[in-house]
Design a protein around this ligand. Structure first.
Ligand SMILES: [Zn+2]
Length: 227
């Protein structure tokens, strides 16, 4: 799952208006930010096998630390503490924690049984990736709903907030379709490097958008937010 994870973050904006867009996009991907680090370090294992499943060439052999439910809860707690230390936003911190764990739930729907409840435990996964149309339908429906909710909950105050936002949506969609229909990455190292570059780019882009897309309620000047 790719844009489906971002959808969860976007959909959370009305619940936690103070959480900036880059945090909303990064929180549901924390597990997939930890994952390439652990794969790169040789602690977790994955490989590329073109045609492995209709919706992914990735074989996720061993990922107990980034992707078990128990360790997800640990990453969620760490993320929430870091966010709260930075923003002093309790509601936002709770939403960040829920978004981190949402990754496991959405991966459970799409992955083959490769997700444990705790490191070393039995692995689960409903395997939606066996169906390409099913995967695309679910992810695009989630993403459309997320984009709609985020757009409604915020308002553009400049070019980055308007054109920059829709360009980011387009970029994520094109990236998603390219990953599905493009040539599979040559090696798992290529996947790891691409993941880092993409995450850095998306977060930087989202910062620029966020500065010109405040929450709707705050746009009228009624919100006394010291930050
Ligand atoms: Zn994942």
């Amino acid at each position: 799952m790719f844009v489906g994870h971002f959808a969860a973050g976007l959909a959370a904006k009305p619940l936690a208006p103070r959480v900036p867009l880059p945090v909303l996009l990064a929180a549901p991907q924390v597990l997939d930010i930890v994952w390439p680090i652990l794969v790169g370090a040789g602690i977790e294992r994955a490989s590329v096998e073109p045609g492995h499943l209709p919706a992914t060439p990735l074989v996720l052999e061993h990922m107990p630390w980034s992707h078990s439910l128990l360790t997800s809860a640990g990453w969620a707690l760490l993320s929430a503490i870091a966010y709260f230390a930075w923003r002093r936003d309790r509601r936002g911190a709770i939403v960040v924690a829920l978004l981190v764990v949402s990754h496991w739930v959405l991966d459970w729907v799409t992955h083959e049984p490769d997700l444990a409840l705790y490191p070393g435990g039995t692995e689960y996964g409903l395997g939606l990736w066996h169906s390409l149309p099913g995967t695309i339908a679910l992810e695009l429906a989630l993403f459309a709903a997320g984009v709609w909710l985020y757009t409604r909950a915020t308002t553009a105050t400049g070019r980055w907030g308007r054109a920059g936002w829709y360009a980011l949506v387009g970029f994520l969609l094109v990236g998603y379709l390219a990953a599905l229909f493009g040539k599979p990455p040559p090696t798992i190292d290529a996947v790891v490097v691409t993941a880092f570059v993409l995450i850095a780019l998306i977060i930087a882009w989202a910062w620029a958008v966020d500065r010109q897309r405040p929450p709707r309620a705050a746009a009228g000047g009624g919100d006394h937010d010291p930050t």
